[in-house]
Design a protein around this ligand. Sequence first.
Ligand SMILES: *[C@@H]1O[C@H](CO)[C@@H](O)[C@H](O)[C@H]1NC(C)=O
Ligand SMILES: *[C@@H]1O[C@H](CO)[C@@H](O)[C@H](O)[C@H]1NC(C)=O
Ligand SMILES: *[C@@H]1O[C@H](CO)[C@@H](O)[C@H](O)[C@H]1NC(C)=O
Ligand SMILES: *[C@@H]1O[C@H](CO)[C@@H](O)[C@H](O)[C@H]1NC(C)=O
Ligand SMILES: *[C@@H]1O[C@H](CO)[C@@H](O)[C@H](O)[C@H]1NC(C)=O
Ligand SMILES: *[C@@H]1O[C@H](CO)[C@@H](O)[C@H](O)[C@H]1NC(C)=O
Ligand SMILES: *[C@@H]1O[C@H](CO)[C@@H](O)[C@H](O)[C@H]1NC(C)=O
Ligand SMILES: *[C@@H]1O[C@H](CO)[C@@H](O)[C@H](O)[C@H]1NC(C)=O
Ligand SMILES: *[C@@H]1O[C@H](CO)[C@@H](O)[C@H](O)[C@H]1NC(C)=O
Ligand SMILES: *[C@@H]1O[C@H](CO)[C@@H](O)[C@H](O)[C@H]1NC(C)=O
Ligand SMILES: *[C@@H]1O[C@H](CO)[C@@H](O)[C@H](O)[C@H]1NC(C)=O
Ligand SMILES: *[C@@H]1O[C@H](CO)[C@@H](O)[C@H](O)[C@H]1NC(C)=O
Length: 412
Amino acid sequence: MKVSQAPTALVVVLIGVLGGIQAVTLEVGDGNSTCIKAELSAVFSISYNASGSLRTVPVALPDSATVDPVSSSCGSDSSAPWLVAVFGSGHALGLGFSTNGTLYSVANLTLQYNLSDATVFPGANSSDVVTVVSASVGIWAPVNTTFRCLSNATFRLDTADITFSDMRLQAYMTSNDLSPNESVCSADQTPTPAPPRPPTTAPVPVPTPAGPPERGVYNVTQNNTVCLLAQMGLQLNVTYTDQSNKTIQEVVNVNPDLTISSGSCQANSATLILTQEQTTSLTLGFTLNSTSKRYHLSAVSLVANWPDLPANFSATNSSLNYLRSSLGHSYMCNAEQTLVILPTFSINTFRLQVQPFGVTTTQFASAEECQIDQDQMLIPIIVGAALAGLVLIVLIAYLIGRKRSHAGYQTI
Ligand SMILES: *[C@@H]1O[C@H](CO)[C@@H](O)[C@H](O)[C@H]1NC(C)=O
Ligand SMILES: *[C@@H]1O[C@H](CO)[C@@H](O)[C@H](O)[C@H]1NC(C)=O
Ligand SMILES: *[C@@H]1O[C@H](CO)[C@@H](O)[C@H](O)[C@H]1NC(C)=O
Ligand SMILES: *[C@@H]1O[C@H](CO)[C@@H](O)[C@H](O)[C@H]1NC(C)=O
Ligand SMILES: *[C@@H]1O[C@H](CO)[C@@H](O)[C@H](O)[C@H]1NC(C)=O
Ligand SMILES: *[C@@H]1O[C@H](CO)[C@@H](O)[C@H](O)[C@H]1NC(C)=O
Ligand SMILES: *[C@@H]1O[C@H](CO)[C@@H](O)[C@H](O)[C@H]1NC(C)=O
Ligand SMILES: *[C@@H]1O[C@H](CO)[C@@H](O)[C@H](O)[C@H]1NC(C)=O
Ligand SMILES: *[C@@H]1O[C@H](CO)[C@@H](O)[C@H](O)[C@H]1NC(C)=O
Ligand SMILES: *[C@@H]1O[C@H](CO)[C@@H](O)[C@H](O)[C@H]1NC(C)=O
Ligand SMILES: *[C@@H]1O[C@H](CO)[C@@H](O)[C@H](O)[C@H]1NC(C)=O
Ligand SMILES: *[C@@H]1O[C@H](CO)[C@@H](O)[C@H](O)[C@H]1NC(C)=O
């Protein structure tokens, strides 16, 4: 009697719960590489004894489920890979994997639930932590492919049913993202097409073109006196490898509106520190050679903590020789200039003018311009000279022509 009634009640409750549940992403990793990744929704329908009757409650795997780092593992020669997601008060879902080299499969499915949790199991007459296990459940796919099953798939585990949906999973991974090659479960292959699902992970992060940066005024003040003058547009070009070992180039403009300049000025060295919010700190160190009375940019360091970086990026080079000029002058370069700091980090400067030494007013001293600017200045001069030459040649040709035709008339 009870047994025949339970399934109907169960289905109604399940539909109600399935309507609002969200897919959860679970990942097991070893150091920096992922070996198991699962995106899935799951609902458990658990039966328990409560004050003389059998009750069945639906429990959804919540968003807050996390991989238990202690029980989960990528496996070794003697143990199999194991994904254990924990949620609520002492509940857990486990997926054990095995492979024979060409195929991998979910070798067993485990559900652990804590009957003491009165919010989930009201009136339970036991306070046990129950573990139910199912052997192979028919979830398998070729190695290096993603198992995909968007349809509902229900597995019976003694006192509980587990219903998965929206499932994509892969074990024995060789990259940190699910393989784009999918092995689709038979339920998804029925004529009714599976509902399209927006991809949850972008396949390749597309670097957005940064455009030229805004020019900022970055002076350094010490003892209420300006001691370093700087105006420039800055673009940082950082190369890093992401979690899946892919090389990514990120070009980021320094935004003057969000950047604070600070620093210090000594007799033979000056430092300009640009801090953009809590994410970027760029330090430019200038050195003055008091013998030759010339200065240059000698050191650059960057610490970046951008959201897409897998870890803090930091780079320093203290043996640079850029932006060379002489004491009593500022250095200017209007053209774009690339300062290579390290193989993984360069700075593009735009409309740059700096004066790190010998600052006496808030105005730049006369500028020494970079070679690119001087070359670019030559172009109008050359073009102008060429045009003047052309005009001269045309004029001479005209005069000669007139003289000839004049002479021609005379001979007739
Ligand atoms: C993870 O990557 C970082 C930076 O690439 C490296 O320093 C670290 O040693 C790596 N850790 C492991 C366990 O591979
Ligand atoms: C309920 O209690 C009975 C009797 O102790 C037991 O046989 C049965 O397995 C229990 N059911 C559940 C779901 O725990
Ligand atoms: C729980 O209730 C079942 C009947 O519903 C009963 O058989 C069982 O002995 C009870 N268990 C405990 C620990 O009280
Ligand atoms: C089971 O739930 C109770 C009550 O929420 C909690 O005190 C206990 O720690 C839980 N057991 C486990 C193993 O988490
Ligand atoms: C589940 O399967 C894995 C891999 O085959 C195995 O290591 C583990 O002991 C199994 N767990 C249970 C509870 O059967
Ligand atoms: C792995 O298992 C599949 C299915 O049982 C079988 O067809 C295949 O030959 C096996 N591969 C190896 C290398 O044993
Ligand atoms: C899976 O991919 C890895 C790396 O791409 C490769 O070394 C391995 O041979 C592949 N395995 C199979 C069974 O295709
Ligand atoms: C700044 O002022 C302090 C005391 O007011 C003085 O000791 C220091 O030498 C001054 N520094 C410079 C660079 O003028
Ligand atoms: C960024 O640096 C890389 C490597 O040095 C270079 O190939 C690329 O053109 C640079 N991008 C920009 C916008 O400067
Ligand atoms: C990343 O690539 C380098 C060489 O390109 C290789 O030595 C290293 O093992 C790779 N690391 C991972 C986690 O794939
Ligand atoms: C300073 O310039 C002089 C003359 O050009 C040079 O001989 C000397 O090595 C330079 N000093 C440093 C510390 O670079
Ligand atoms: C630092 O910059 C200098 C000059 O550009 C370069 O020769 C050197 O290789 C750089 N250092 C490193 C560690 O790349």
